[in-house]
Each structure stands twice: as C-alpha cells, then as structure tokens.
Design a protein around this ligand. Structure first.
Ligand code: ADP
Length: 190
C-alpha cells in the first residue's frame, strides 16, 4: 500500500509517518528529510538547496522527483511507502503517478491533515524554539504556508477526482489523528 500524507507545513505529517513506520513496517519518504540529510552531508546538492529551503521556497521539481525515484525500490520490499511532503506541485504529482505506474504500483490513499493557520503558526513557533530549524522562523514559515496554498493545495482536486482523498482532523490529539488514519487505512483494499 502506498499513501500520501498531505497537509500544510507543521500539520503533523512527520509525526504520523513515524508512527506508521513503527506500526506497519512501511517506509517513510520525506523529501524534506532527504534534503536536510543532503545539507548535513555537505554534498553539492545540499549546498545548492540550502538557501532555497531556509527562505521557505520550493526546491525544483527535478531534484525532488529524482530523490523519490531513487528511493522507490526499497519501499516495495517493505510493503509500501508513506509519501510525506511530496508531491508538493502538480508536476510532482504527475511524475509520481507515472513512476508508480511504471513499476506496476499506485497511490492507494491520500490522507489530508486539516489544521488551521493559527494552530500551524503556534506549532511552528514552538518547534523553532526547540529545534531551531532555520525555515521555521516566522518569515520563512509565512512563505512556506503561501507556497502550500498556491502550489500544493491545488493537488487536492487531482486526488479527489481519483477517489483517493480522505480528510483527517489534524487539530485533534496525536492519538486521535492516528486513530482516524488507522481507520482509513484499514478500509483500503490493496
Ligand atoms: P514541512 O515542515 O513544511 O513539511 P519539509 O521538511 O517537508 O517541511 O520540507 C522543508 C523544505 O524542503 C521545504 O520548505 C522545501 O524548501 C524543501 N522541500 C521538501 N520537499 C519538497 C518538495 N516535494 N518539493 C519542493 N521542495 C521541497
């Protein structure tokens, strides 16, 4: 089973993805984590994307699509992927559909975590205080949220039309969000 955790920055996608990895043995594919790892390693890719990420802007489609393509084979052995923070643009969504189709696979479910902007800002402010992630500063966060609304939210009709979209109340407690996700996943026939 392949699923997408969909939602604005700081909606709780990473938290829920890690739970699914532990509970279901699926593999989390977070392009944000991959890009941060590239930065930490000091690779040419990491150097190229650092400024873009810190500003809160999107890295190019070609870069993130290549990262996902490289990571797909390992997810098949594990029995499924959780896409977290990808796709973020229409070209990324189309590329993902094609990559999966080429491997005889597909997206089974898109879980949309709904969280209002005020709560997102509160979460990211406390994460900034705790972890100091450069792109969690208020100015970058506003850009990330604007990019989400302009470029990522338009994917919702794409997945709605495919009958794959399930809405989850991302304002609920972590356990309750997890319960709603489990309920949705248990209803999927692969
Ligand atoms: P968030 O907390 O917003 O979910 P992520 O960890 O997913 O943040 O991503 C952090 C940054 O990495 C983004 O703001 C962007 O610069 C870059 N990035 C991650 N995934 C993508 C993607 N699919 N397309 C373009 N840029 C991406």
């Amino acid at each position: 089973m392949n699923i997408i955790l969909f939602g604005p920055p700081a909606a709780g996608k990473g938290t829920q993805a890690k739970r699914l990895v532990a509970g279901r043995g699926m593999v989390q594919l977070s392009t944000g984590d991959m890009l941060r790892a590239a930065r930490t390693s000091g690779s040419p890719l990491g150097l190229k994307v650092a400024g873009i990420m810190d500003r809160g802007d999107l890295v190019s489609d070609a870069i993130v699509i290549a990262l996902i393509e490289e990571a797909l084979p390992a997810t098949e052995a594990a029995g499924g992927a959780i896409f977290d923070g990808f796709p973020r643009t229409i070209p990324q969504a189309e590329a993902l559909d094609e990559l999966l189709a080429g491997r005889g696979a597909k997206i089974d479910l898109v879980l949309r975590l709904r969280v209002d902007d005020e709560a997102l800002l509160a979460r990211v402010t406390s994460r900034f205080a705790q972890e100091g992630r450069a792109d969690d500063n208020p100015d970058s966060f506003k850009i990330r949220l604007a990019n989400y609304n302009a470029q990522t939210a338009p994917l919702l009709p794409h997945y709605l039309a495919q009958g794959k979209l399930v809405e989850v109340d991302g304002m609920a407690t972590i356990d309750e969000v997890a319960r709603q996700i489990d309920e949705a996943l248990n209803g999927v026939r692969v």
